[in-house]
Design a protein around this ligand. Structure first.
Ligand SMILES: Nc1ncnc2c1ncn2[C@@H]1O[C@H](COP(=O)(O)OP(=O)(O)O)[C@@H](O)[C@H]1O
Ligand SMILES: [Mg+2]
Length: 233
């Protein structure tokens, strides 16, 4: 995993809203902008500070399965008669595992949550059972219970923007372990539009230089002589 770069302000903002009593934070934004990475940092920091952290992920395949995202937390042998009973059973199990620790519930791609899992997430936020850190993809429809997180349940909504050019370059140079050649820098900045995922793909294509930006490294620095490359567009 790449080190987190250029998100100090967003991390500080999330810490600030949580400290001020928000029930959580919902991080929205385009695919590849860095939502999952930022949320992961918040969850890791909380775990390091002693919280009991649950990391769940909603997917297209789990969307049709009641409690699909939290199935692992349904206690064995428990068979409640209703969806509400399942939500209560999972919350009781989480509380038991957490003991004295604060609970932080992370859900990646919450727009894909099945309705029962979405209800569980909302319940956790509304009843101050724990903090919620959710990511949602911009432009996709969310279950009502997820939308309610920031509309009614006290979560802050953070719309994550692309990285600034300087931060994107800092990130790539950190990963490559050396400075980018001027042309490569310009090319990556231009083609990725600050989107980390796109930049990452451009760097990964470095062995196919005619199809991507010049991001080859030799030792710790860009080898511009052997692998001179060009912007494809
Ligand atoms: N600020 C950042 N610093 C370091 N790596 C990042 C950063 N933002 C995103 N990444 C990396 O870029 C890739 C795409 O980010 P990701 O968080 O998965 O995007 P999203 O969830 O918005 O689609 C991942 O490999 C992630 O680790
Ligand atoms: Mg993601």
């Amino acid at each position: 995993m790449w080190p987190l770069i250029g998100r100090d302000r967003e991390l500080a903002r999330i810490r600030e809203v949580l400290a001020a009593g928000a029930s959580g934070a919902v991080i929205g934004g385009a695919v590849g902008v860095g939502k999952t990475r930022l949320a992961r940092q918040v969850l890791d920091d909380a775990a390091s500070a002693g919280a009991f952290v649950v990391q769940a992920r909603a997917t297209r395949s789990s969307v049709g399965i009641p409690l699909g995202a939290f199935g692992a937390y349904v206690p064995a042998g428990v068979q409640p008669a209703s969806d509400a009973g399942y939500v209560q059973a999972v919350i009781a199990a989480l509380r038991e595992q957490a003991g004295d620790r604060e609970i932080m519930l992370g859900v990646d791609d919450a727009q894909l949550l099945d309705p029962v899992s979405a209800t569980l997430l909302l319940h956790v936020a509304e009843h101050a059972i724990g903090s919620v850190i959710a990511t949602i993809r911009a432009g996709e429809r969310c279950p009502d219970a997820v939308t309610e997180l920031w509309k009614d349940a006290g979560c802050a909504l953070l719309e994550l923007q692309v990285l600034a050019d300087a931060q994107l370059v800092e990130l790539i140079e950190t990963v490559l372990g050396g400075p980018l050649q001027h042309d490569a820098r310009r090319c990556i900045v231009k083609r990725s539009h600050g989107n980390v995922l796109y930049a990452q793909q451009l760097v990964a294509q470095r062995s196919r230089p005619t199809r991507s930006c010049a991001a080859t490294v030799s030792g710790n620095s860009l080898d511009s002589r052997r692998r001179a490359t060009r912007c494809a567009n």
